[in-house]
Design a protein around this ligand. Structure first.
Ligand code: CP3
Length: 323
């Protein structure tokens, strides 16, 4: 349940008390630890996801990224030409963002048996923010760079792959039990463009953390036509949004990967019986097959009633596959 915190009054209270943006909150291990724990405490979910953001590493090396509330990441000087590569030096996690590893270590102590999921942004999705300068519906500039200067594009995503590798390895070394690679906007690409211009960099990241022996979750939205490729990139789990029923997603993915998903977050705004019906449908479609992580197909919407999320966790925990 990503961003479960946003629906919680206790999260809003903490964020209102602290001055600054979410990036400032992430730089404070005490605060980031507390925020990560809030949904676990309240809802009893089976795993925690680190409170951080996909732009933390590029911000930490000084690319000039901020996160505007209600907008998302914005970049002061977007990536435009080969000289901008000089602004993307390698990430040294211990020197550049020790607070992330400090938060992970403090969480591992607090969480006990509950596993902590670390994460990084996939090269394409992070590149899209650097190139567009902020959120964009069509990612026009990003695709224009990819197709217009594939050499420069390749160097950009390769650097971002190295940054993601360093970030993920540091989180696992500090105690994270699984990693998730968020390629949230990969679904804007055709399978051909994905395979040619994006998959190699993501595959590099996933291969470079394979030796750590932790599950590797690979996630994007509107990726129905890309599911097989997301698996092929080297994931052990593929996150699926609600647009593809999970039984159909399993067919597209084959037997060798686990699935994560896929209740529509907007459904959680409906009256409880409708939520229960939709959640049960996800469970029935998976049919008790092993290797299913139940979650929402994307982040929790801020206006969600936390009571509904609590009941949802209970429903999933109580559900048993028909014999
Ligand atoms: O679930 C969690 O809260 C864990 C921490 C987490 C955040 N961002 C905190 C956050 C994680 C895993 C992310 C990843 C992330 N960040 C992604 C990939 C996952 C996805 O949702 O597809 C992306 C695309 C981003 C970039 C980003 N950061 C966006 C689009 C936004 C939303 C802007 C908004 O306010 O609507 C952010 C801000 C952000 N990151 C918030 C949180 C809790 C909300 C703002 C805040 O609390 O200040």
């Amino acid at each position: 349940m990503r961003q479960a915190g946003r629906s919680l009054p206790e999260y809003r209270r903490l964020r209102a008390q602290s001055t600054g943006t979410i990036l400032d909150a992430v730089r404070d291990p005490g605060l980031a630890t507390e925020i990560t724990l809030q949904p676990v405490r309240r809802h009893g979910v089976d795993a925690a996801i680190l409170y951080s953001d996909i732009v933390v590493p590029v911000a930490a090396i000084g690319f000039g990224v901020e996160i505007k509330a209600g907008v998302g990441p914005v970049v002061e000087q977007p990536f435009r030409s080969v000289t901008d590569l000089d602004r993307l030096r390698p990430l040294d996690p211990d020197a550049d963002c020790p607070y992330v590893q400090d938060t992970v270590r403090s969480l591992v102590g607090e969480l006990g048996d509950v596993p902590l999921i670390g994460f990084a942004g996939a090269p394409f999705t992070v590149a899209s923010y650097l190139v567009e300068g902020g959120p964009s519906r069509d990612l026009g500039r990003t695709k224009a760079l990819m197709l217009g200067d594939p050499g420069l594009w390749g160097r950009l995503v390769d650097r971002l792959a190295d940054i993601a590798i360093a970030a993920l390895r540091a989180q696992v070394a500090a105690g994270a039990s699984a990693v998730q690679l968020f390629d949230s906007w990969a679904g804007t690409l055709s399978p051909d463009m994905y395979e040619r211009h994006v998959m190699p960099a993501s595959a590099k990241v996933l291969a470079a953390v394979a030796d750590l022996g932790v599950p590797r979750i690979h996630f994007g939205v509107t990726t129905g036509e890309l599911l097989a490729l997301l698996a092929k990139a080297g994931a052990s789990v593929v996150g699926v949004d609600w647009r593809v029923p999970i039984d159909e997603a399993r067919q597209r993915l084959g037997p060798d990967v686990a699935v994560q998903g896929n209740l529509d977050p907007a459904v959680c705004l409906a009256p409880w019986p409708a939520v229960a019906e939709a959640a049960t449908d996800v469970l029935v479609r998976n049919g008790g097959r092993p290797g299913h992580i139940f979650n929402l197909g994307h982040g929790v919407l801020p206006e969600t009633d936390p009571e509904v999320l609590g009941r949802l966790v209970e429903l999933v925990h109580a559900w048993e596959a028909p014999a």
